[in-house]
Structure formats: structure tokens, C-alpha cells
Design a protein around this ligand. Structure first.
Ligand code: ADP
Ligand code: MG
Length: 400
């Protein structure tokens, strides 16, 4: 019989820490090579077709303004194509409101008297259900259509931050945790807001520190001398009050778990988007999520903090309509949830996943990088989803 030497035992914690450091060092080196540390992300220009789409005017109208020397001056290519920066698109809105016949339409859609800040949380406890992709494209679309937007990355994995050129390991960015923490080091949310490469879109980045909130909240809740922990669910809404007049819409990318971060986001929300990939395992996981969430919301209600929403919707993500079982699943969900389903779905597209590889959204990449039909199909689906959500936001304000 062969004698098999027994493996030495080792301390798991030491090994894990060592390997964590190893991989983090290597990743940092890779990132440093790819992106210099303080490189600011740029943003491409938008063609007059896109500008007309985002503003809701005709291309001719835009052309006419330019020819008459009115509004911001676009770049004009040799072949006569006009392109505008995102900032110029916002200026064009202001110009149109000031000089156009805008008695029936407002081009700058900012909140008016009596219209409350809209806070949209994107949730699901399944990773990969498209939360971050949805949150990023929604926040950017709202900004490109003239809204003042704050995106909050609440996932310690910081994917939404990364999409906006913020690298958690390199930059050591303060996260929303700084505005939520229970000790005396708490900061104002205004100290953790950063601007992005999209004019009109600010972001609160995420980092691993957010995880602290999950440990500290139950401890604070048992602290008899202070009610703060028991009232944890008001912490994000309280933080947001400080910047209420600066934004129209807040989009929160929630972590893939039903912890205190997600619950605190939900209790601050006016609306909720539940992302769902239409496959059996994902839908089964979502049904568990709904049951758990419902139970927790009821106990929060018992504690005096009922979550009241203007709307909530399921959004089908990464959808492949030619896949029979997926199409069936979408039909099933539509029959079940009916008016709670967004009418448009986010189709699966290599344009979205390829853009993601270079930490970009579809609104950032150049069309010429893709097959025209691939790009256009993805953009069409994306804009349909985002326009539907924008309509819900405007309806929540009581607009037509
Ligand atoms: N519509 C889509 N088409 C193709 N790939 C997608 C699409 N939506 C998301 N993905 C990809 O799927 C992965 C998971 O998406 P993500 O938004 O990060 O999910 P979550 O935030 O729920 O974990 C990412 O790599 C993303 O690029
Ligand atoms: Mg995510």
C-alpha cells in the first residue's frame, strides 16, 4: 500500500489575504497600463440625427438653426455632417426654450414647483441580471434628454463607478457609506458626489467600504442609547434631502443582495425597477427575491416606514427573442404581471457587452465600431426602454 503524505494544514485567512493582495496588485498594474490614474473620461460627439432624437425636434430644425447662426455652433465635417457635444445639446435645449414656440413643449425638462425628486432603485438579488447596465444607460439617457441626474453606486463591487471611469482600487473614492455611517466621521453627501463625463450626470461612487453598513446597521439597531440604527431606513432619504434642489432624478444601482443597503435604498425610493433575465433559474430566483422582499417590507411597515411608490416595473434584460423558451418566459411574465411589466425589453446585444469590456456604455461607443444593424438594434431597444421609463418619471410629476 502506498503511503500518501498528508497535506499540511494552513491558515485559510492568511492564504486568502495573500492571494487577495496578489491579484489586486496585478490588477492595479494592468489598469495603470490601460488607464493613467487621473485620466478623465471623454465623451464623443453626437450626430444631428441623435440630437434631433434626444431633443424631440426635426433634423431640419437643427440644420436651420445652425444655418441661421442660432444656438451653439456644431462641428461640421468635410461632407457637411454636423455634430454636437453633450454640453451643446443642453445649450440647444436652453436656446429652444428661450426663443422657440415652447408654449406647448419644454425642452429643458427640469422639475417645477410641486414636482418631487424621483428616486429610482434598480434591484434584484441575482448578479448578472443587468442592474448595472440598466442603471448606467438609464442615468445617461436621462442626462442626455436634459434632466439633472445623480447616479448612486451602492454595490461594493463598484461596476457602475467603473463604467464612469472611476476605479475603486486606484482612486480610493469615498462612497455613500461616508454619508450613512453611524459614527462621528459621517460626512455630507455633497462631499462624495463627483461629476462624470456626461454633463448633467453626477455620481456617488462605490467601494468595498460600503459593506461596513451591512455590519454596522444591526449593531446600531441594538444600541439602546440612540435610535439611529432602528431608523436605518431613513438614512439615504435624509442624505438626499441635502441635494434635493440640485437634481431631478436619482438612479440607485443596488447590490445583488437583500441587505441593509438595498433596503435603505428602497425606503428612499419613489420607484423601483426589478431587472429579470427571462430564463427559468433567474425567474425562480426572482420569485424568492419577491417573497423575501415582501416580508421585509411588511416588517419595515410595522416599524412605521411603509414604502410608498409612484410606480414599479419589471424590466426584461438580455433578451433573445429568437430563443423559444425565453420568448415563452416573457409571455408568461407578461400574463402574470401585466401592467407592471415594461412594454419594451432590453435585448441581448454584443454591442452592449463589447462596450462593457472597455468600460463604456452604448451611448459612449462610436457607431463605426460595430456592424450597423447590431448597433442600431441595440440602440433602438435601449432608447425604447429608457423613453418608457422617462414617461413614467414625467407622469409621476403629473405631466402628460
Ligand atoms: N443587453 C445586454 N446585452 C449583452 N450583454 C449584456 C446586456 N446587459 C448586460 N450585459 C452583460 O451582462 C453582464 C452582467 O450585467 P450587469 O449589468 O453587470 O448585471 P448586474 O449588475 O445585475 O450584476 C455584464 O457583463 C454586461 O455587459
Ligand atoms: Mg451590478
Amino acid at each position: 500500500m502506498n503511503f500518501i503524505p498528508r497535506e499540511e494544514e494552513f491558515d485559510f485567512d492568511e492564504e486568502i489575504l495573500e492571494q487577495g493582495e496578489l491579484i489586486s496588485d496585478k490588477l492595479n498594474m494592468l489598469r495603470l497600463e490601460q488607464y493613467p490614474p487621473n485620466a478623465l473620461k471623454g465623451l464623443r460627439q453626437f450626430s444631428s440625427v441623435e440630437v434631433a432624437d434626444f431633443l424631440g425636434v426635426t433634423q431640419n430644425h437643427i440644420k436651420k438653426l445652425h444655418l441661421e447662426g442660432k444656438g451653439p455652433a456644431p462641428d461640421v465635417s468635410n461632407s457637411g455632417r454636423r455634430s454636437y457635444t453633450a454640453q451643446q445639446m443642453l445649450e440647444l435645449r436652453q436656446y429652444l426654450d428661450k426663443h422657440g414656440r415652447s408654449d406647448f413643449k419644454r425642452y429643458v425638462p427640469h422639475r417645477r414647483q410641486g414636482e418631487a425628486l424621483q428616486v429610482i432603485s434598480v434591484v434584484n438579488f441575482k448578479g448578472g441580471s443587468g442592474k448595472t447596465t440598466t442603471a448606467a444607460h438609464l442615468a445617461q439617457h436621462l442626462a442626455l434628454t436634459g434632466h439633472r441626474v445623480l447616479a448612486i453606486d451602492l454595490d461594493p463591487q463598484a461596476s457602475l463607478s467603473a463604467l464612469h471611469g472611476i476605479q475603486p482600487e486606484l482612486d480610493k473614492n469615498p462612497s455613500l457609506y461616508e454619508a450613512l455611517r453611524y459614527d462621528d466621521d459621517r460626512k455630507s453627501i455633497t462631499d462624495v458626489i463627483r461629476s462624470t463625463n456626461f454633463p448633467g450626470l453626477d455620481i456617488v461612487p462605490a467601494n468595498l467600504e460600503l459593506q461596513e453598513y451591512e455590519y454596522e446597521t444591526p449593531l446600531a439597531a441594538t444600541n439602546k442609547s440612540s435610535p439611529e440604527g432602528r431608523l436605518f431606513f431613513t438614512r439615504i432619504s435624509t442624505a438626499l434631502k441635502e441635494v434635493d434642489d440640485r437634481y431631478d432624478v436619482v438612479v440607485i444601482d443596488c447590490p445583488p443582495q437583500l441587505g441593509y443597503l438595498t433596503l435603505t435604498a428602497l425606503t428612499a425610493s419613489t420607484s423601483v425597477l426589478i431587472t429579470v433575465h427571462p430564463q427559468m433559474l433567474d425567474v425562480m430566483s426572482m420569485s424568492q427575491f419577491l417573497l423575501m422582499l415582501g416580508g421585509i417590507l411588511q416588517s419595515i411597515k410595522g416599524a412605521g416606514a411603509a414604502v410608498k411608490l409612484k410606480w414599479f416595473r419589471y424590466l426584461v434584460t438580455r433578451y433573445e427573442p429568437i430563443d423559444g423558451p425565453q420568448a415563452q418566459m416573457v409571455g408568461f411574465l407578461q400574463a402574470l404581471f401585466n401592467k407592471r411589466m415594461l412594454k419594451s425589453q432590453m435585448v441581448k446585444s454584443t454591442a452592449i457587452s463589447d462596450a462593457g469590456i472597455t468600460k463604456q456604455t452604448l451611448y459612449e461607443v462610436e457607431k463605426s465600431q460595430f456592424t450597423r444593424s447590431t448597433y442600431e438594434r441595440a440602440m433602438e431597444s435601449l432608447n425604447a426602454v429608457n423613453s418608457e421609463i422617462t414617461t413614467l418619471v414625467h407622469q409621476a410629476w403629473g405631466r402628460k
